[in-house]
Design a protein around this ligand. Structure first.
Ligand SMILES: Cc1cc2nc3c(=O)[nH]c(=O)nc-3n(C[C@H](O)[C@H](O)[C@H](O)COP(=O)(O)O)c2cc1C
Length: 363
């Protein structure tokens, strides 16, 4: 029976434990000049502290595959050589602290071009740090400016942009790449009929809506080494089908199960199960609101599954792993509060924390 501190092997990669740092935007990169989108001193301190704090894997926040794919102008990006070099130093520092370095590749789609959340998060106009957002259709996310509908040529260019960013991530030394297809960003916005009302081959039925995300997965898998894993973050549900008062067509858990099966056939090794993001709807308040969907996907699809969301108790984390709800757990806000949450959880659970060698011999 695995514990949170049992090694997890995926393809030829051994991940030293199953408690991982969830991708979390920090909106802290330069927005113009030579270092635009590059990790800086803040990112180094932030990520290496969590690696040294015991995380088995550190997933870098949503990183734009292109400038217009960033959520805000302050996001990380991976479309030029300066960024690749800087990410190389960061990946090395994470590895040196004992964690597997991973990076989440993203395009924000119709939720792009907004200010930092702590400055209000408003849509930024094109003449003030912003840009025209894009999407499957022209419906805006409520409160945001309307996206431009992507043409087939633009979709093809975006598939290439994901693959090129994956090539750069590999060159920088990352061992895991995660395709971000959750939270209402570009790939999820194609999956969900809430945001995708196209009537061409990239819309309509399930096959049409999954076409672009599967093309991205294929393109990334093609450039990512056979011996290293590709992860996929999904929203398991839009939380619309669960609400009897809301009869809009939406992305459901059943859709996710079918999509996870297809993604696995296309080379995805782990499905990272989040939820929501295409529409402002009520989200359940119970503790297992996301982990129960992860468990369902794990029981129905032959793929590794990570759960995330409101996991802030070491004993519950241990239960989720030992009962097979998930193969691994991503931790978000607990690691913002406490960079050593995972080492402290090890102590609580009677396991030896994983200190970096500079501390370990002395403790
Ligand atoms: C500040 C912040 C930034 C986030 N940025 C991202 C992101 O870049 N990519 C992503 O997939 N999820 C992002 N999330 C979601 C987290 O990865 C995680 O799924 C969510 O916070 C639930 O986990 P928690 O309850 O442990 O915080 C973010 C969450 C927070 C709090």
């Amino acid at each position: 029976m695995p514990t949170p501190f049992t090694t997890l092997r995926i393809r030829d990669l051994d991940i030293p434990n199953r408690l991982w740092m969830s991708p979390m935007c920090t909106y802290s990169a330069d927005w113009d000049g030579a270092a635009t989108g590059s990790p800086n001193d803040f990112h180094f301190a932030h990520y290496t502290a969590r690696a040294a704090g015991g995380a088995g894997l550190v997933m870098i926040e949503a990183t734009g595959v292109r400038a217009d794919g960033r959520i805000s102008p302050y996001d990380l990006g991976l479309w030029n050589d300066t960024q690749t070099t800087s990410f190389g130093r960061l990946a090395l520092a994470i590895s040196a602290s004992g964690a597997v370095p991973g990076i989440q590749l993203a395009h924000a789609g119709r939720k792009a071009s907004v200010d930092k959340p702590w400055l209000g998060g408003d849509s930024l106009p094109e003449d003030s740090r912003g840009w025209q957002s894009v999407g499957p259709s022209t419906h805006p996310f409520p409160g945001y400016t309307a996206p431009a509908e992507l043409s087939h040529a633009e979709i093809a260019a975006l598939v290439t942009a994901f693959a090129e960013a994956a090539v750069r991530a590999l060159a920088a030394g990352f061992q895991v790449v995660e395709v971000h297809a959750a939270h209402g960003y570009l790939l999820h916005s194609f999956l969900s009929p809430v945001s995708n009302t196209r009537d061409d081959s990239y819309g309509g039925d399930f096959e049409g809506r999954t076409r672009f995300p599967l093309q991205v997965i294929d393109a990334v898998r093609k450039v990512w080494p056979e011996d290293l894993p590709v992860f996929l973050r999904v929203s398991t549900t839009d939380w619309i089908a669960e609400n009897p008062a809301d009869d809009r067509p939406s992305w459901t858990v059943e859709d996710t199960i079918e999509f996870a099966r297809l993604a696995t056939e296309h080379g995805v090794d782990l499905v990272d199960c989040s939820s929501g993001g295409t529409a402002p709807v009520p989200i359940p308040r119970d503790r297992d609101y996301q982990t129960r969907n992860a468990a369902r996907i794990r029981s129905e699809v032959a793929v590794k599954v990570a759960a995330v969301g409101r996991i802030s108790d070491p004993e519950w984390a241990a239960e989720l792993i030992s009962t097979g709800h998930a193969d691994a757990l991503f931790l978000g806000r607990p690691l913002l509060r406490d960079a050593s949450w995972i080492n402290n959880a090890a102590t609580t659970l009677g396991e030896r924390p994983r200190f970096v060698e500079q501390y370990d011999y002395a403790l």
